[in-house]
Ligand binder design. Structure first.
Ligand code: ATP
Length: 244
């Protein structure tokens, strides 16, 4: 479970987060939906301990990310940018490396790596170098390193950016599997279809604040709109910086 309480963060002259509060539950996919510049990435970076908030707090499974960053990170998997893989490593080497970084050793590393390769259906590419991998193969490798230590919470920043239709569908299925296994999945997006198709709960953000929270259907009811895109535009009061 991820909890964000009254989080504020100023970056230069910009108030990137302005009293942001929401929670994301286990066994649920939560979408952070907001236009460009809403503060989604800043929020996720703060959760992962890459940024320090000016005020407010955030916790992962009840562990404060600012005061106990290492313990909090053990409960968290971060899906990185799949473009940044080391081309000379194979997925197996890559996943083992991240398993060791998370504190595992010896046999546990091998067992966790094998389990993750099976879970993401990537045994066929496990011993090939990442160089030349397709987007979908890169996506799976990046996701594997995020979940090898079996974190109960997974955060993803615009995970389908740059993925083709097949890879997007594969990623969606994997996120649904993670949800069914009881994980708390939190991802940021400004792609309406993706959020409507996947999310149990949508947190609509603008200018560093939460504008509304609910299921896609609840947000439509709240605004009297037919679909999430219309509801979103009504809630944020603009159609700037969104993608269909
Ligand atoms: N390193 C930085 N330097 C200056 N301004 C920053 C920096 N990081 C974030 N900001 C500003 O903080 C605000 C929130 O940015 P953030 O990247 O969190 O938004 P976002 O919702 O993820 O946007 P997008 O959908 O475009 O990725 C923006 O106005 C952005 O320009």
């Amino acid at each position: 479970m991820i909890e964000v309480n009254n989080l504020s963060k100023r970056i230069g002259s910009v108030q990137a987060l302005d009293g942001l509060s929401f929670s994301a539950q286990n066994g649920t996919i939560t979408g952070l939906l907001g236009p460009n510049g809403a503060g989604k990435t800043t929020c996720l970076r703060t959760l992962f301990g890459l940024l320090k908030a000016d005020s407010g707090s955030a916790s992962i499974d009840g562990i404060d990310v600012a005061t106990s960053p290492i313990a909090a990170k053990r409960q968290l998997g971060l899906f990185p940018d799949p473009c940044g893989l080391y081309d000379r490593l194979t997925p197996r080497e890559y996943i083992e490396f991240y398993a060791e970084l998370s504190g595992m050793s010896g046999r546990d590393v091998k067992t966790a790596t094998e389990r993750t390769l099976q879970q993401l259906h990537m045994l066929d590419i496990s011993d090939r170098r990442c160089q030349g991998f397709s987007q979908g193969q890169r996506m799976k490798t990046a996701l594997a390193q995020a979940i090898v230590h079996s974190p109960s919470n997974i955060i993803l920043d615009e995970p389908t950016r740059g993925l083709d239709v097949m890879s997007t569908r594969q990623l969606r299925n994997i996120l649904l599997e993670l949800k069914q296994q009881g994980h708390c999945v939190l991802f940021s997006s400004h792609v309406m279809q993706e959020v409507a198709a996947l999310c149990d709960q949508v947190v609509v953000m603008a200018k560093g604040k939460v504008v509304a929270t609910g299921t896609p259907a609840q947000l439509c009811d709240l605004t009297g709109c037919q679909n999430l895109e219309e509801a979103f535009i009504q809630l944020i009061g603009s159609d700037e910086g969104i993608a269909a």
